[in-house]
Design a binder for this molecule. Structure first.
Ligand SMILES: Nc1ncnc2c1ncn2[C@@H]1O[C@H](COP(=O)(O)OP(=O)(O)O)[C@@H](O)[C@H]1O
Ligand SMILES: [Mg+2]
Length: 505
């Protein structure tokens, strides 16, 4: 079975391909699960388990419930509970700023906390069973080294984004929808401590003189923090979680984003070293599709990927991943995507993959595409393929080279071979709704031709889901010649019954 047959088989095997909806873990605490004392407001519990578990642990579920304003289990008030409060306080007294020391790695920190913690428990002389002791140690570790109340959200794979608007309002995005969750921080200070811990661990700082910071957690999740006075409603934290498993070709086929035929065609386009731009609105799945298209790059090629924040998960061996850097606190040290694209040209790339063009790097990327670095891939935010070209033009103008518009258009039309357009349809599905070939110039206008277009005329089913597919328009693409030259075969079903363009060899 080849890739697509397997994908097809997988599709048939799973009639409902959408990922299962993970219920948010606010179930009542099971009897055997530990109840938890809410963390004392006096005890700083700055979070950040920079290597947090990927699935919610039972005590996190408990913690979530314990913090929920809704009626839940009573907090523990026994001797063990008091011991925990004490332990957290003592730890902070003893370890102080070392807890936020960026030079200490996570393992060293863990060891340090564990040693101190064991000592605190010894000194307390409260008799504990070994189970109680283990539980206590884990809870304290979570509060001291973890993200505090955010831990369960970070551990829930169904949650893609976490937004904290001040200490009492926490929202999450799950399956593309926003909702508020019953989680809160003890107070603004508690939230600030979590934020401080996140940013200091990556060697940055946040305070009144630099009240906004971007940081990345060790697992790749992106964090933005902005604090008062800029954030009027209290410290605000936005975490875009790094999804652990990227969607693959069979996933996209299963989700209806691609047909097997479209996948086959795109693979051929990548193999034929066409320069491909993926266009679409925010959150339409551009980066995800870029990742999938990159997976088609032959493993013999040297790939250089350039991103604002690393998101791509290229599986090939020979990949150099570059990431841009924002300026530091003093406004120095910025390295832009543009700098990286220029640098990449001196690194003997076979393929350059730019996560998203959104600035002056457009010029360098187009130049690279036009000077032998064909087979490059990127994405651009645009509402249609035509808009994508207009956007590239605008971005090139941002390079400030004073190029005449016609020269820019010539660059764009010569560089870009194919635009793959994505959209999020009214039924909530994300689909490739068109494949457009860029031909050249006619007068002042770039000429382009739709090769595939979405068939809206098929209407919707009873659930409002679009029945249409992205179908060939019947126009024979110029790249068919390139396929023929390179001996790249694609099955005749890609273009359905229409055989007007079948490669001549
Ligand atoms: N084809 C798809 N079907 C369903 N969900 C998708 C698809 N592609 C991406 N997603 C999800 O949509 C969100 C945004 O995807 P992303 O590729 O980052 O979009 P963009 O780069 O256009 O902003 C992610 O949570 C991702 O998992
Ligand atoms: Mg993106």
């Amino acid at each position: 079975m080849n890739l697509y047959e397997r994908a097809q088989a997988a599709k048939q095997a799973t009639p409902s391909p959408a990922p299962p909806v993970q219920p948010y873990p606010i179930a009542p605490v099971p009897p055997e699960s530990p109840s938890v004392t809410p963390s004392p407001s006096a005890a700083p519990s700055p979070g950040s388990g920079f290597g947090y578990a990927t699935s919610p642990r039972p005590n996190e579920t408990a913690k979530l419930s314990a913090r929920a304003p809704a009626p839940g289990p009573m907090p523990r008030t026994d001797a063990v509970g008091r011991l925990k409060v004490n332990a957290v306080e003592t730890l902070f007294e003893r370890l102080g700023t070392r807890l936020n020391d960026a030079n200490l790695d996570e393992a060293a920190l863990q060891t340090m906390v564990l040693t101190e913690l064991n000592q605190v428990v010894e000194e307390s002389k409260i008799p504990l069973s070994s189970a109680e002791r283990k539980r206590l140690i884990r809870e304290v570790q979570d509060d001291v080294l973890g993200f505090g109340p955010l831990e369960p959200l970070l551990g829930d794979p169904a949650i893609t984004e976490i937004m904290v608007n001040g200490p009492d309002k926490v929202y999450v995005e799950e399956n593309g929808r926003l909702r508020r969750v019953p989680i809160s921080f003890d107070d603004e200070d508690h939230l600030r401590r979590v934020i401080d811990r996140i940013v200091t661990r990556v060697g940055r700082r946040i305070d009144e003189s630099s009240p906004l910071v971007d940081a990345r957690l060790a697992d790749g999740s992106r964090v933005n923090a902005i604090i008062p006075p800029l954030a009027f409603s209290g410290s605000t934290l936005t975490i875009r979680k790094f999804s652990t498993d990227a969607l693959s070709v069979p996933d996209l086929i299963g989700l209806g984003t691609l047909s097997t035929e479209m996948a086959e065609l795109l693979k051929a386009c990548v193999n034929a070293r066409l320069n491909i731009i993926i266009s679409g609105g925010t959150g339409t799945g551009k980066t995800t599709l870029l990742n999938v298209l990159s997976s088609f790059i032959p493993s013999a090629d040297r790939i250089i990927s350039i991103e604002d924040a690393v998101e791509l998960k290229l599986q090939q061996d020979h990949v150099v991943r570059l990431e841009a850097r924002p300026p530091n606190v003093e406004g120095k040290g910025e390295v832009t995507i543009r700098d990286l694209v220029r640098n990449a040209l001196r690194m003997r790339p076979d393929r350059i993959v730019v996560g998203e063009v959104r600035g002056a790097e457009a010029l360098d990327m187009l130049q690279a595409m036009n000077t032998g670095h064909d087979g490059s891939l990127s994405t651009v935010h645009a509402n249609s393929p035509r808009d994508a070209l207009a956007r590239l033009e605008t971005l090139v103008l941002m390079a400030g080279m004073d190029l005449p518009l016609r020269a820019i258009r010539e660059q764009v039309s010569a560089a870009v071979d194919v635009i793959v357009h994505l959209a999020r349809l009214r039924d909530g599905t994300r689909r490739v709704i068109g494949l457009t070939e860029v031909h050249g110039m006619e007068g002042q206008t770039i000429t382009m031709q739709d090769i595939f277009a979405f068939d809206y005329s098929a209407g919707v089913d009873a659930n409002g889901r679009f029945l249409g597919r992205t179908i060939p328009t019947g126009v024979r693409p110029l790249f068919a010649d390139r396929f023929a030259d390179l001996g790249i075969q694609i099955s005749s079903r890609v273009f359905g019954a229409n055989d007007t363009w079948t490669p001549r060899r």
